[in-house]
Design a protein around this ligand. Structure first.
Ligand code: HEC
Length: 209
C-alpha cells in the first residue's frame, strides 16, 4: 500500500486537494504510518557503487563455498554421469517403460532435428546443411572417437551435458532427469537395431526364418 505524506499543504488546504472525507479515510488507513520513511529509506540498487566498503561495491561477495538454494549437487552419478571408475555404465534411476517413453518424447523434440528419429544422423537440419552427426548404430574404429554402439549410457549423458564438437550443450534446456531418460532411450534405439536373433519375439523370428 502506498502511504501519502501529510505535507503542510495538504493539511491546510484539504478541501481543494483531497476533500475532508478523503482525509478522514487516509487517517484511518490501518498500518499506514503516514510517513514516507520506508519509501525514502537509504538503500543501494543491486550491484550499485558504494563508498562505505573499501572495494567500492555495495554488494558483498558470498562466503566462499556458498551454495544457492536448490543447487546442491552432491551426486556425481546423477548430475555428471560419472562413476568411480569413469563414465557411468548405469542410469541412476531404474529404467522403466515410463522413463523410456519420456526419453523418446524428449529425444524426438531435442535430438531428432539433427540425429533423426532412428539415430542415423540424417535429421531435417542436417538435410539443410548442418554437419552430419555420426550414426548411433555403426561401429567406429578407435581413431574416429568413442565407439557409440558400445559407449556406456553415461557417455550420452555427458555429451548432452557438455556438448561435443559442433553440437552445443543441452544442460540449460534439458534437466538432468530428462537427460537420463534420453540417454536410456538412445541405448534402447541402439538395441532395437542390433537385437540378437534369439532375443526377438517368436513371431518376428518366424517371419525371418
Ligand atoms: C543442431 C543439431 C544437433 C542436435 C539438435 C543434437 N545434436 Fe548431437 N551431434 C550433432 C553433431 C553435428 C554432432 C557431431 C559433432 C562433431 O563431431 O563435431 C553430434 C554428436 C553427437 C554424439 C556423438 C559424440 C561423438 O562421440 O562423436 C552424441 C552421442 C549426440 N550428438 C547426442 C545427442 C543427443 C542425445 C541430442 C539431444 C539431446 C543431440 N545430440 C542433439 C548435432 C546435433
Amino acid at each position: 500500500m502506498r502511504c501519502f505524506a501529510l505535507t503542510p499543504e495538504i493539511i491546510t488546504r484539504p478541501r481543494r486537494r483531497l476533500g475532508w472525507g478523503a482525509l478522514a479515510a487516509l487517517l484511518l488507513l490501518p498500518g499506514c504510518e503516514l510517513r514516507q520513511a520506508m519509501y525514502d529509506q537509504p538503500r543501494h540498487k543491486s550491484l550499485g557503487a558504494s563508498d562505505f566498503f573499501a572495494d567500492g561495491r555495495s554488494a558483498r561477495a558470498p562466503v566462499p563455498g556458498t551454495i544457492a538454494q536448490g543447487q546442491l549437487r552432491l551426486d556425481p552419478h546423477f548430475y555428471e554421469g560419472k562413476a568411480d571408475t569413469g563414465l557411468a555404465t548405469t542410469t541412476p534411476m531404474p529404467v522403466t517403460r515410463e522413463l523410456l517413453e519420456r526419453g523418446r518424447d524428449r529425444y524426438d523434440i531435442y535430438c531428432s532435428p539433427c540425429h533423426d528419429r532412428t539415430g542415423r544422423g540424417n535429421g531435417m537440419i542436417v538435410q539443410r546443411g548442418m554437419k552430419r552427426p555420426p550414426s548411433f548404430h555403426q561401429d567406429r574404429p578407435p581413431e574416429a572417437g568413442v565407439n557409440l554402439r558400445t559407449a556406456p549410457v553415461g557417455y550420452f549423458f555427458d555429451v548432452m551435458t557438455n556438448g561435443f564438437g559442433a553440437m552445443y550443450s543441452y544442460s540449460s534446456r534439458i534437466p538432468p532427469q530428462d537427460r537420463w531418460a534420453i540417454a536410456a532411450y538412445v541405448k534402447t534405439l541402439q538395441y532395437s537395431q542390433h537385437v540378437p536373433f534369439d532375443q526377438l519375439p517368436l513371431e518376428d523370428q518366424r517371419q525371418l526364418r
